[in-house]
Write a protein that binds this ligand. Structure first.
Ligand SMILES: [Zn+2]
Length: 491
């Protein structure tokens, strides 16, 4: 299966001081260029998400209602987070008429305030999510329209105020609660057309434009499904803002207080117990995004790269180090902490290279390049010690390294690998630039979906993540150029 193309970075060709100093911006798989409306025409053919999210229209139910019913609107369906498609390289979109038996004539016929005041916890509502407008569809002929759009014979363009484009929605059709029967019926109908919900933990063989839409849909549908109750008071919540927020309604029309079955509407709504989320401005629950660092670590002399492997990974497969950013921790601190905890290596400068949404379930991978400290860190008086090269020991007089903040490290040099702190890695090692370069050429391998080695790969040689993983992009940047931001160090 050929690797998909990566998205083109927004304004990749724009000349600026930053682009001259740090090189071309990199966009990773699952992301796309943010719509820059005045510059949009030049980006029409760029891979990456074609959707303008128009997030400010998510509370406008007149807009949502019209977008929902337009003949050019596409719905991406998920069943237990498995997307509807024909094969792992092609998702399928369906129409409003297809989903109407499940979602009803118009779930946006009432305002958000009316929906909250008529909330009934005994009725489950299929989770619908407005994704955005495909602006590329408004100015292209039918034959060249976006490859992401649903095939339709309708040539009309959806417009609302100054906004135009084919609307995209995602819908969770997982059979649940009171909509189990219509959901099962819809699933059967789709299966009878030869479509299926594509199982599998990850979907990284989709075209970049589809992958960005899939990632946005999956992350938000998963968040809604995982958060049916209020984190403050434990009562069921209601999805609002076109699927991007959840609120804790003050009243409930259910005839039973915790009905999940066949209870009917009560004669009048019950006042629910008090909840702190209904006071002040923090009255909704927002989706999570979990920041995660991932880092290509260079040795002090820029001749080697630090790689690690987990026990469950395929043989010979290594990657860059990664870990979660903790609360009240900067990205730079998280990088230094994770690398020290997992490998014992002490880092100096850390710079952010690019980022990648990773919808499993809601991570934002913050890709960094960092360099091991080669010189002794400043002593407590702040003066700089003599230059130390790889292979030399730098100790504090008690046989231990001390990092830049004065924390005690391990015995040995700042580049010495020590796996005893955190058992996450089975192995970590410094690898020469030549070996990494060769592995990028012939030894990239998709961790979960398989894939053959490139021509010339020797069994037993280093294997690395594929181009759809940000780890690959970080290694590409430090090995093959496009990166000269490390304080003037030419790699
Ligand atoms: Zn609550």
């Amino acid at each position: 299966m050929p690797a998909p193309e990566l998205p083109e970075a927004a304004h990749a060709d724009l000349d600026s001081m930053l682009s001259r100093k740090f090189g071309k911006e990199v966009a990773n798989y699952f992301s796309g260029p943010e719509p820059q409306i005045p510059l949009r025409p030049s980006k029409l053919t760029a891979p990456g998400s074609p959707l303008n999210r128009v997030s400010f229209l998510r509370t406008d139910h007149t807009f949502l209602s019209r977008a929902l019913k337009h003949p050019t609107t596409s719905f991406l369906l998920f069943n237990n987070l498995a997307p509807l498609g024909r094969d792992p390289t092609k998702l399928e979109y369906v129409s409003y008429n297809d989903v109407k038996p499940l979602i009803g004539e118009d779930p946006y016929s009432q305002t958000e305030e009316e929906l909250i005041s008529s909330y009934n916890s005994a009725r489950t509502i299929p989770q619908l999510l407005f994704l955005g407008l495909d602006e590329s569809s408004k100015s292209q002929s039918k034959s060249s329209s976006s490859s992401t759009a649903r095939n339709t014979s309708d040539n009309s363009t959806f417009t609302y105020n100054i906004y135009a484009g084919a609307p995209f929605f995602a819908l969770d059709v997982t059979p649940r609660g009171t909509h189990t029967a219509p959901a099962n019926s819809l699933i059967s109908t789709l299966q009878s057309r030869g479509l299926s919900f594509l199982e599998g933990r990850m979907h990284t063989s989709l075209p970049a434009s589809t992958a960005a839409i899939y990632a946005q849909s999956r992350a938000l549908l998963d968040w809604n499904a995982r958060n049916p109750f209020c984190a403050q008071c434990g009562q069921p919540t209601l999805s609002i803002n076109a699927g991007t927020k959840r609120t804790c309604p003050p009243t409930d029309w259910a005839s039973l207080p915790s009905a999940t079955s066949t209870s009917t509407d009560a004669a009048k709504p019950t006042q629910r117990p008090d909840c702190a989320t209904r006071k002040g401005i923090h009255n909704v629950c927002f989706p999570r995004t979990d920041p995660t660092i991932i880092v290509a670590v260079l040795s002090a002399d820029s001749q080697r790269v630090l790689l690690g492997r987990q026990k469950r990974w395929p043989q010979y497969w290594y990657s860059t180090l990664a870990g979660f950013v903790e609360p009240a921790e900067s990205v730079e601190e998280a990088v230094r902490r994770e690398v020290w905890e997992e490998s014992g290596v002490l880092l100096g400068r850390v710079v952010i290279h690019s980022t990648q949404p990773w919808p499993y379930p809601a991570n934002l991978m913050i890709g960094c390049v960092a360099q091991a400290v080669g010189a002794a860190p400043p002593d407590s008086a702040g003066s700089s010690s003599s230059i130390q090269r790889a292979g030399e020991r730098q100790e504090n007089g008690e046989g231990e390294n001390v990092d830049a903040r004065g924390n005690r490290g391990t015995k040995g040099t700042p580049e010495e690998i020590m796996l005893k702190h955190d058992p996450e890695l089975e192995d970590a090692k410094w690898v020469s630039l030549e070996e990494v370069r060769e592995a990028l050429r012939v030894g990239t391998h998709n961790l979960l979906e398989g894939g053959g080695m490139g021509e010339g790969y020797r069994e037993g040689a280093l294997r690395l993540p594929p181009r759809t993983a940000i780890a690959n992009q970080l290694l590409e940047a430090v090995i093959n150029g496009g990166w000269n931001g490390l304080g003037g160090v030419k790699i």
